[in-house]
Design a protein around this ligand. Structure first.
Ligand SMILES: NC(=O)C1=CN([C@@H]2O[C@H](COP(=O)(O)OP(=O)(O)OC[C@H]3O[C@@H](n4cnc5c(N)ncnc54)[C@H](O)[C@@H]3O)[C@@H](O)[C@H]2O)C=CC1
Ligand SMILES: O=C(O)C(=O)CO
Length: 320
């Protein structure tokens, strides 16, 4: 008999076929995210959980409703919705999808910075309403880019920025050993805020990073600063960002992630003229989403077969 797995949303044809070949799949097809109570019912006899939505909260309460669960996989690198300690306590390995989404997310992150600085989206907005206006932007060349969270995606953004003639500074919890080859200079968090012409946030959401960017941090930035968040919305205090933009304490923001997310159409941020918001599409290319889904399925199938997950977040309970 095939093991039962719960799939929380839409996935891609090839990984889905692979999953179905090996598992009896209970599949939520919407609309919206799977209701929590239903997820609990479905998990009563499930051996695997494949999450395709980082909005699905996996905590002790959910795990208690899933006595047969042997593996959890999520399509995505960020896992702030997963209580990894609770998974580990129950001996359940959890797999995410690092690496495969790095280049696509770096493209989008650098792309929204570029669009904000050169007003590409604004220019197109004028042209499509029949107004041929010249929209003035600012040079990237020669500017200092500050990256907060210099991991896989941050490093890939640094390469793109270097190719555009920017100087790179960064702040991380710990200095990277190999920052020389990135051409990036390590600075303190306050140094990053004060020195950078543009700041890109690419840090995972955790108790340490939650709300890290508030009034005090925006006040420290240059009034000409561009601010990009492509990590998770709650790293930034939305109200403080709104105030900083409204009063021109910083110049412009480009956000691929927001708090709340989705951002309601009547949210005050959307009434500002100095902002660009994209709907969390960092990794949203056909190729990348397919690769993410494939790695998530591989993590899940490995766990079901009691083999080591290729990308395991809690290796102490990974299968050997
Ligand atoms: N907008 C989108 O569609 C996407 C967003 N993401 C977000 O980007 C984040 C980063 O992804 P990767 O670069 O692959 O992860 P990574 O783990 O390679 O890099 C994260 C870096 O942040 C550093 N860091 C962690 N906590 C910190 C703290 N409190 N203060 C300073 N530095 C800290 C780590 O040392 C590491 O160097 C993910 O966790 C996810 O939230 C990821 C993919 C797509
Ligand atoms: O992978 C992630 O963490 C995302 O945000 C979506 O790709």
């Amino acid at each position: 008999m095939k093991p039962k797995v719960v799939l929380t949303g839409k996935t891609w044809p090839i990984p889905f076929a692979k999953l179905q070949e090996h598992c009896d799949v209970q599949h939520w097809e919407g609309p919206g995210p799977i209701p929590r109570e239903l997820l609990k019912v479905w998990l009563e006899d499930a051996e695997g959980l494949l999450s395709v939505n980082h909005g699905t909260k996996v905590d002790e309460d959910l795990l208690d409703a899933a006595p047969k669960l042997r593996v959890i996989a999520q399509s995505g690198v960020g896992y702030d919705n997963i209580d990894v300690a609770a998974c580990t306590k129950k001996g359940i390995p959890f797999g995410n999808t690092p690496g495969v989404l790095v280049e696509a997310t770096a493209d989008l992150t650098f792309g929204i910075l570029l669009s904000a600085m050169r007003r590409i989206h604004e220019g197109w907005g004028w042209v499509r309403t029949g107004q041929w206006r010249e929209v003035m932007g600012t040079d990237l060349y020669g500017k200092t880019l500050g990256i907060y969270g210099m991991g896989d995606i941050g490093s890939a953004v640094a390469k793109r920025a270097q190719a555009s003639g920017m100087q790179i500074i960064y702040h991380n919890r710990t200095r990277k050993q190999d920052d020389g080859h990135l051409g990036a200079r390590y600075v303190s968090f306050d140094g990053l805020l004060e020195e950078a012409d543009c700041i890109i946030v690419l840090v995972p959401l955790s108790e340490q990073s939650r709300g890290m960017f508030g009034k005090e941090q925006f006040d420290r930035m240059k009034s000409t600063a561009y601010f990009v968040n492509a990590s998770r919305g709650p790293v930034v205090q939305t109200e403080a960002l709104y105030d900083a933009l409204k009063h021109n304490n910083i110049a412009y923001a480009a956000l691929d992630v927001t708090d709340p997310e989705p951002l309601p159409g009547d949210h005050p941020l959307l009434g500002l003229s100095n902002i660009l918001v994209t709907p969390h599409i960092g990794s949203a290319t056909y190729e990348t989403r397919n690769s993410m889904a494939m790695l998530a399925v591989d993590n899940l199938l490995a766990g079901l077969a009691k083999k080591a997950l290729p990308a395991c977040v809690n290796p102490s309970v990974n299968y050997i």
